[in-house]
Design a protein around this ligand. Structure first.
Ligand SMILES: Nc1nc2c(ncn2[C@@H]2O[C@H](COP(=O)(O)OP(=O)(O)OP(=O)(O)O)[C@@H](O)[C@H]2O)c(=O)[nH]1
Ligand SMILES: [Mg+2]
Ligand SMILES: [Zn+2]
Length: 349
């Protein structure tokens, strides 16, 4: 028997289930996504579920169940079932689907915190932290920076200096699987019933960290230390693990590319220290590139705004703009295609 409240089940989700036409079936949380089936944690145990035919129809890939989703399913056996419905999503971590211009891929759903995991070696990259923060904050998820492999030695002053513009916007933990007290501190930060997704490049130690937090070898980790971060991917799937009497941890395979799907300019400005400055730009719609009376440019020239932070702002803004412009274009096309189909049906009746 599983106590689903430990997995995040709450009254809001219960109410939402009541409005589903399938409310007399069972419910559970997707813990692992396989190619065509889903592992679902329910009160009566773990079920391997497939989708009902209706659910396969007319859905984009981002709308299929994802790790962390709450689903309604009909058990057909002691450990098998058919999924009929997905409860409304909140706080979903998306990224741009690789190889597409405007498609999103859901990484985890109903997420409270996202741990941005980087190792304290060549993998450490402030620009990548900013990118993750922008995307994570877009959905109202709390970003947390977890720096791993502190036992290998690093220049603390240099790291602190490069993170100074972010330090009041994100909690930072310096950890190592070889330093139990650091793992304890991080474990204490995790609250019961909250869902945390671990994201970052391959080889930074996401799965090792989850094992250390759980004090159990639950997840497979790479046997050879790969400090270049370019090695094989050890984890190949997103997987949910329950931390004893605490939170729900979702491991994910290392990402090489993390494309932005956010279009919230105010979040980007706040992550990259532009918010306060832009309030005093002469023009309300200032692009902070070449306008007279631009406070952002002024701060750049007098050195209060770091050039690399400003460049990061421009780059992410451009990327976010491209995604949302192409997405809008796609929606327009889908709409006109839908209208064409409707007109055709009308005329052919
Ligand atoms: N020295 C040291 N090595 C670590 C630490 N954490 C993880 N490692 C090593 O780093 C390598 C990669 O660890 P994994 O946990 O498999 O990394 P991952 O982020 O899950 O990688 P993917 O699953 O490929 O995304 C392994 O050889 C670990 O033993 C640490 O704190 N210190
Ligand atoms: Mg892993
Ligand atoms: Zn400006």
């Amino acid at each position: 028997m599983n106590n689903l409240s430990l997995y995040g089940w709450n009254n809001t989700l219960f109410q939402q289930k009541q409005s589903s036409p399938f409310n007399n079936f069972s419910h559970g949380r997707v813990s692992v996504v396989h190619r065509t089936c889903y592992e679902v944690i329910a009160e009566d145990g773990l079920f391997l579920c497939e989708l009902t035919g209706n659910m396969l129809y007319g859905r984009t890939s981002e709308e299929y169940p994802c790790t962390g989703d709450w689903v309604i399913f009909q058990p057909i056996d002691q450990d098998k079932g058919i999924i009929y419905d997905i409860l409304p999503r909140t706080k979903t971590l998306y990224r741009k689907k690789i190889g597409t211009i405007s498609e999103r891929q859901a990484i985890a759903v109903h997420v409270d915190k996202a741990f941005i995991v980087q190792s304290l070696d060549a993998n450490f990259n402030v620009r990548r932290i900013e990118r993750f923060m922008f995307q994570i904050l877009d959905e109202g998820i709390t970003p947390v920076l977890v720096l791993t492999k502190a036992d290998l030695g690093f220049d603390e002053e240099e790291i602190k200096h490069s993170l100074k513009h972010l330090s009041d916007k994100i909690p930072i933990f310096i950890t190592s699987v070889h330093f139990p007290e650091k793992i304890d501190t991080l474990r204490k930060y995790i609250k019961q019933g909250e869902t945390i997704v671990f994201t970052g490049s391959s080889g930074v130690g996401k799965s090792s960290l989850i094992n250390a937090l759980c004090q159990e070898e639950i997840l497979a980790t790479s046997s050879i230390s790969d400090s270049t971060g370019k090695g094989r991917h050890t984890s190949t799937r997103r997987e949910m693990v329950l931390l004893n009497n605490s939170g729900i941890l979702i491991d994910s395979p290392g990402v090489r590319e993390f494309g932005i799907t956010s279009d919230k300019a105010n979040i980007l400005s706040s992550v990259l220290d532009i918010s306060n400055l832009e309030k005093s730009c002469r023009y309300k719609d200032c692009t902070h590139t070449n306008e007279p009376g631009c406070s952002v440019i002024e701060a750049l020239l007098n050195g209060t705004l770091d050039t690399s932070v400003y460049e990061s702002y421009l780059k992410l803004r451009k990327e976010a703009y491209h995604f949302s412009a192409s997405e809008q274009e796609k929606r327009k096309k889908d709409k006109s295609f839908g209208k064409m189909l409707k007109d055709y049906k009308k005329h052919s009746q």
